[in-house]
Design a protein around this ligand. Structure first.
Ligand SMILES: [Zn+2]
Length: 215
């Protein structure tokens, strides 16, 4: 497999937009990749936007964003759209996306267009509506509904990066630990499978869907 690298100068600031419907989505979907990018591009700016972050979930979102992006964090920008209802207040969510346009990111992390959760799917659609000439990587979220697909873009990760990701997830999102799937082995297993699919040296990777990019 031929590896491609991000075409950025490590010494320059690069804007990266991270979009998540709920307060743990960005971290679950691409937390390992963000940790890798932070160390690879020390001047990267991570613009962090969560569309449903209220009450304790807002506190958790702030904690998670700070752990993963550190001093590279911009935000987090926390919004209060109701969980599960985002497609039904589309005009308001669309308006929130319009406010993100000035960021002009070099890379965008967002949900998968075919995700079975309606909020995830809707935000993926609006990401493509809003950013039409950008590199967009759609991350995956394991869930009870069962919608795992076949992503084709892989980011190999060191073992200690994966362990740090999982430790940060469990530390940040304590309210989610009542969910039977919110466990270390779920997160490590998915990264292990994706690592196997891309022959990652450590055995671990995160995977993404990319609808289009140029070479
Ligand atoms: Zn979610």
């Amino acid at each position: 497999m031929q590896p491609f690298i991000f075409p950025w100068d490590p010494g320059h600031e690069v804007d990266i937009l991270c979009i998540g419907a709920h307060s743990d989505d960005i971290e679950i979907g691409c937390g390992g990749t963000i940790l890798r990018l932070v160390s690879q591009f020390p001047k990267a700016a991570f613009h962090w936007v969560v569309f449903n972050a209220t009450g304790i979930r807002a506190d958790e979102a702030r904690h998670g964003a700070r752990l993963f992006a550190g001093t590279n964090l911009r935000g987090p920008h926390l919004k209060q759209f109701q969980d599960g209802f985002m497609p039904f207040v589309g005009a308001e969510v669309k308006a929130a996306f319009e406010e993100l346009k000035p960021i002009s990111p070099k890379l965008i992390f967002t949900h998968n267009r075919k995700d079975s959760h309606q909020d995830h799917r809707f935000l993926a659609e609006l990401t493509w509506n809003t950013f039409r000439d950008h590199l967009i990587l759609e991350y995956e979220i394991p869930k009870y509904d069962g919608d795992m697909g076949q992503p084709a873009v892989f980011v190999p990760l060191e073992t200690d990066t994966c362990q740090k990701k999982v430790a940060y997830l469990l530390d940040s999102f304590t309210s989610q630990q009542r969910k039977s799937w919110f466990r270390e082995d779920t997160f490590l297993s998915l990264m292990r499978l994706r690592g196997m699919e891309c022959n990652a040296p450590s055995g671990y990777a995160e995977a993404f869907y990319c609808r289009k990019f140029t070479l």
